[in-house]
Write a protein that binds this ligand. Sequence first.
Ligand code: C2E
Ligand code: CA
Ligand code: CA
Length: 879
Amino acid sequence: MDRNKGIPSSLTAYRVQRELDLGPVGIVLATVNGDISWCNDKALALLGLTRGEVEGTQVPESLHRLRNEATGQFRITCVHRPLQTSIMLFGLCMASGLGETYYLVDAESLGSGIDHLARRESVWNLALESAGHGVWEFDYTRPIQTQGFFSDEWRRMRGLAIGPESSAVEGEWIDRVHPDDKARALELLRQQDEGETKEFSFEYRERCADGHYIWVLARGRVTGLNPQGKPIHVVGTDIDITAIKQAEAGRAEAQASLYRQHLSQLEAAKREAELNAFRESIWRQAVGGAGHGVWSYTIDYSTPTPSTTVIFASDEWFKIRGASTSSHELHDFDVWVSRIHPDDLDYVLRCTNRQMSGEVREVSFEYRERHAAGHWVWILARGTSADFDDNGRPTRIIGIDIDISSVKAEEERRAEEAGKTYRQHLAVLQKANLEAEEARREAQYLARTDVATGLPNRRMFREKVDELLAQNKIFSVFLIDLDHFKEVNDLHGHAAGDHVLRHSATRLREAVSEDGFVARLGGDEFGAVLVHDDKLSPQRLQLAASRIVSSVSRPLELADLLLNVGASIGASSFPSDAQDYDTLLQHADLALYSVKAGERGQLAFYSAAMGEETRQKAQLEADLRIAIEQEHIEPWFQPILSAGLAAPNKLEILARWHHPKWGSVPPDKFIEVAEHIGMLPQLTASVLRKSCEHARLWPAIGLSMNISAREACDPATPLRILETLNQCQFPPHLLDVEVTEHALIKDLDAARQVVAALRSVGITVYIDDFGEGYSGIGYLRELVIDGIKIDRSCVKDICNNEQAAVFLKSLLLMANALGCKTVAEGIETLDVWQKAKEIGVDFGQGYFFAKPMPASEVGRFLQISPEIASGRVLAFSRP
Ligand code: C2E
Ligand code: CA
Ligand code: CA
């Protein structure tokens, strides 16, 4: 897969691509055949694959489920290579006629969503499910359609489908609540929304999928609040209590029917009484036979307070009370009152008063009266006003008493039993809740801990740093990146990798000790915090920081291996460098970046300049991308003259970039950046093609091009160069390629093959900057080469330093012996040129002849070059 092919042609498009690479979403594009055509860096990181592994391959198996199960949201588990642990991904696959697009997100990056996803199958959930509890959870920080989580048992209760397809629960919960329970449900929701309740327990009826209602006991707890105190996270359990409710209802029904039975008897009695108020004896007989006590009394209003006289009480009436029928004192109203249970007295008097005052015609009340044996008898009394005076006040009241003690006893027994069941149920519930809480705590611990090292993970790290920020503590954050972790993993296996992680974790923890804390932030990245207070002076901070450095750079022993891992560390401090977590980490990251760019040892503290440097670098990269795309980089040419002919033999191609804002950017600098952004091959081809096109005007003059160390070790380079030559119809034997020593140091074998391939098609190959650092000589033994370009440092002093001349001479001797041609670089004066020729160089190059010039001036130079070479005309300079 060629990264460059996908590069858009405008700055905006380029920025979009960078955003895609840096953003949280991994994107994989595949053709209709399922071949990956492009993916961003994030996707590689999430899948734990390298670009090489993805190149030209099919969509990885881990993503097939996404494709097969069509568009939707899925959890998949992939092996994240540097970690060798599985991570939870959220995936989405969109297919169209053009192919498929996969979107992947690290579930942990969704923040509090972790409980929602990774812990969904977690212990607490299972524990509750197996106890027949439906579990639910609301996370209001998430998009509306994914806020609610409902366990399988929760669905089963309601007759809803179970499985991955049943993501949504149809309709609103409140719409399913029974109309009679709705008002209470709404009130509960309101209280919760207002933050008035943190915990609730609620019995209500809910409509199931098939339309029937179940009784639900819902218990919930708010587990997360936003700064305004409004809930953002609520969890709870539902239990189906329909069976319990039905049993309760059954008991109530039994009581009610007993009661109704009595009532209907009473009704009958009453009707009888009304039919024949004067034939009381018949009536008495009738109801007396049914086991009811019958009574009647008259009320006389002529006295200051109305006086009552019992005119009749049946035998049953006395029997109920355990009294003998001759106990006439019981006929006295006050005596009767004195026998009523004190707790019921008020109620009984209220009832009788309402009747005596004429307010109601009938009363019915239950109360306790003392039995002759001392215990209490429950009586259901029912009175009806039978005669009235002119004012509508009753003058005679007739009634019956029923002994309902047995009904009451049964009622009490059942209430007691129901209470017991309820208490038992409550105990089970409380235990389940306790277990759930424990499991939840464990899940939360797991969600905040890195399993491999036992250190806090990124999430907990953030929480801890946020805590320090809230307390306004002064502290420094360290980002620690292990340097050669990937090699250890690749060379010695993952067990060795894990060993390194664990030991680095232990050492870091020791180094930081009680001055702060350590966390594993991901792959081979650790984070540490040192809190500076009175205890930690600037000097001690430096000391602690260097303890961190040395703790991770000591070699680690593993069996008989000595693993040299080492680390780069970037640090930033609160409050001097940043005010919030994100900026603190960004700054520490910048510092880390500068360490990795090899600019400042192993540890760097953030400085404001770093931000500016990085920004400039990013700008330069962006602009260079466009310049290469649009072929704004121009070849300039510097002649190489032959000593014998004193005429130009070759022109060295030197790339030039004129930046619209910064002017001319030195080639060393932009070549390195082009290499870094992977665009050097494109630049090389463009500059070579332009040069070949110009060279048509300068027949018989050869060209000499430079290739970077990396290109010199890339087996594709010879083919690329040949393709360009072919396009321009430029003969390979007129081209020289200059390879720097660095390529040979980098990978001698690879460079040897590239050199051989170039030479095999007639291209001449030189080693550039030869003698710079005196290290190149050895390589002449190692590979077959056509010539060497001797570095300016070995040439410039030959006129005034005998030793330098001797050294150059010995270089030439050696080159000649190996059959290599020689070019002396950096010829700045006629003297040096003459001395160099005298010593025996084949060619010369330098400001004495000409500085690098644009193509437009080469023609003029070629005309006067013989004069220049002989010294008759001083150096060629541009008008
Ligand atoms: P180099 O290959 O050693 O190129 C020669 C450099 O020496 C050029 O610098 C040239 O301007 C400078 N130079 C030539 N004569 C004299 C002299 O008499 N005195 C002094 N002091 N300097 C002299 P330039 O153009 O700045 O290029 C720097 C380096 O950038 C080149 O070093 C080469 O390694 C690299 N470079 C330039 N163009 C390309 C390119 O298209 N591709 C690659 N891969 N590298 C390039
Ligand atoms: Ca060169
Ligand atoms: Ca050179």
